[in-house]
Design a binder for this molecule. Structure first.
Ligand code: LLP
Length: 443
């Protein structure tokens, strides 16, 4: 929950705005993002890494990983707090640029960036492009030659560390699509250094996402330092980017280490490894996404139906259907992610009942909260709030079952305003070329 979440007269408020006011003004389902909370996490994360690197006399740059949640407002908040921005597609790049992010403080990722995307990034003057394959090095070589540009680049590597997280979220073990193996890195860097216009500035590794402690990061960092040290023989390397992936608590059983401890752990490991090898410590960069926005988001749903299902002699489960589901939060279906839910529009004295909060889509896997005790009198018209939905919910949303995607409302100091408008059915129909053709035929 955001720090601002509280009960006033029995009703949940976020950012000083009540659940019922949010429903009246903006409808449900609704993504609510607490601006103060996003800014606070941005600042705290930056402070944590600055403090840790400062102790070793080097600098840090924290990129906000826009894939977690991107809109021009959020770019403005995080850049005002001192963060740079990491984008991983042409679309994300356009959002960052439209928001006025300083191009030199934008990093560009992706394992299959198109020629057009690469050209746009180089022309815009992004501060770094994280290169993911030999083919991409040659594409960039052609672009910088044609444009007469100079482009700083990082090389993404697989450190071989298999992060302790869901398999789909681990990204540095060998058998997956991202980056170069550590063995192949030296030849790739040599090739980059050969090309006028490409400037190799450091290695990059992102081991995965929703990770709770620093052990995987420190192991990965040590392996990177070894390669970094070897590469120093042929030229200066100002930075090392260790990616993002710092986990958050989705439910009360999740217990991630505080970001300060994680930062200390990672930075100390790099410092120690550099000392052992007798090399100067590089500046460090990080790319947290979830840790910045995850806890700042709450999704509001309205209950539509409530149905007890007798599962066995001693188990009856209350199926509580809400007006959204896997189209606004795909994470339970994709990763078996767990969430919690609270009755937001009132308090109830009714005995708690084991409930499963489900969506409105045509799949039994369309689950919002798998198991939660809700007041036994939960009823149609009640509002449910699902916390920790700031990251990878809006950004992974779909139009499944021709469902319009919900708006995003920012709350702060008792004020609420739309930062991304909701879709309408007309938006969805507007893309139907058959319909346009039929209307022309009728005209
Ligand atoms: N840097 C790189 C290169 C990444 O690929 C990612 C996430 C991040 C940084 C930010 O990771 P974070 O700090 O947010 O964990 N859809 C999944 C997460 C996919 C993460 C993809 N890459 C989910 O909902 O859990």
């Amino acid at each position: 929950w955001p720090a601002s979440a509280e009960r006033v007269d029995g009703e949940l408020q976020v950012g000083g705005v009540s659940a019922s006011e949010l429903r009246e003004r903006f409808g449900t389902p609704l993504y609510v993002l607490d601006e103060t909370e996003v800014r606070a996490h941005a600042r705290r994360t930056l402070d944590a890494f600055r403090a840790a690197t400062g102790r070793h006399g080097v600098m840090t740059r924290v990129y906000y990983a826009g894939k977690a949640f991107l809109s021009t407002e959020v770019v403005r908040w995080v850049t005002e707090e001192g963060l740079a921005v990491d984008v991983c597609s042409g679309g994300e790049l356009e959002v960052a640029l439209a928001a006025g992010a300083v191009p030199a403080h934008v990093g560009f990722h992706g394992n299959n960036k198109s020629m057009a995307e690469l050209e746009r990034a180089v022309e815009a003057g992004v501060g770094s492009i994280v290169v993911d394959s030999p083919i991409e090095i040659e594409r960039l070589a052609a672009i910088v030659e044609r444009l007469g540009a100079t482009q700083p680049m990082l090389l993404r590597v697989r450190s071989g560390v298999h992060a302790e997280t869901h398999d789909f979220l681990a990204t540095a073990h060998e058998d997956q699509k991202f980056g170069f193996s550590l063995d192949d890195a030296p030849a790739a860097v040599a090739r980059i250094r050969e090309i006028t216009g490409l400037v190799f500035i450091g290695l990059h590794c992102h081991i995965g996402s929703q990770i709770f402690d620093s052990s995987g990061f420190t192991e990965s960092a040590s392996r990177l330092v070894e390669v970094h040290a070897a590469l120093l023989e042929d030229g200066d390397i100002p930075v090392m980017n260790l990616g993002g992936g710092f986990g958050i608590a989705y439910t009360s059983v999740d217990d991630p280490q505080p970001i300060e401890q994680i930062a200390e752990g990672i930075v100390a490991a790099v410092a120690q490894e550099c000392a052992v090898r007798g090399i100067p410590m590089p500046n460090l960069a990080f790319e947290p996404g979830r840790a910045i926005v995850g806890q700042a988001g709450v999704t509001l749903y309205e209950v539509g139906t409530v149905k007890p299902v007798v599962v066995s002699n001693d188990l009856t489960r209350l199926y509580v259907s809400v007006d959204g589901g896997m189209s606004d939060n795909a994470r339970p279906a994709l990763y078996g992610a767990n969430y919690s839910a609270r009755l937001a529009s009132r308090v109830s004295e009714a005995a708690p009942a084991l409930a499963r909060v489900v969506g409105r889509h045509c799949e039994s896997g369309d689950i919002v909260v798998d198991a939660e005790y809700l007041p036994g009198d939960v009823a149609p018209g009640d509002l449910l709030a699902v916390p920790a939905t700031g990251a990878y919910c809006f950004s992974l949303a779909s139009n499944y079952n021709y469902t319009p995607r919900p708006p995003v409302v920012a709350v702060r100091d008792g004020q609420a305003r739309v930062i991304v408008r909701g879709e309408t059915v007309s938006d969805l129909l507007a893309r139907d070329a058959g319909l346009a053709a039929a209307m022309e035929g009728n005209a």
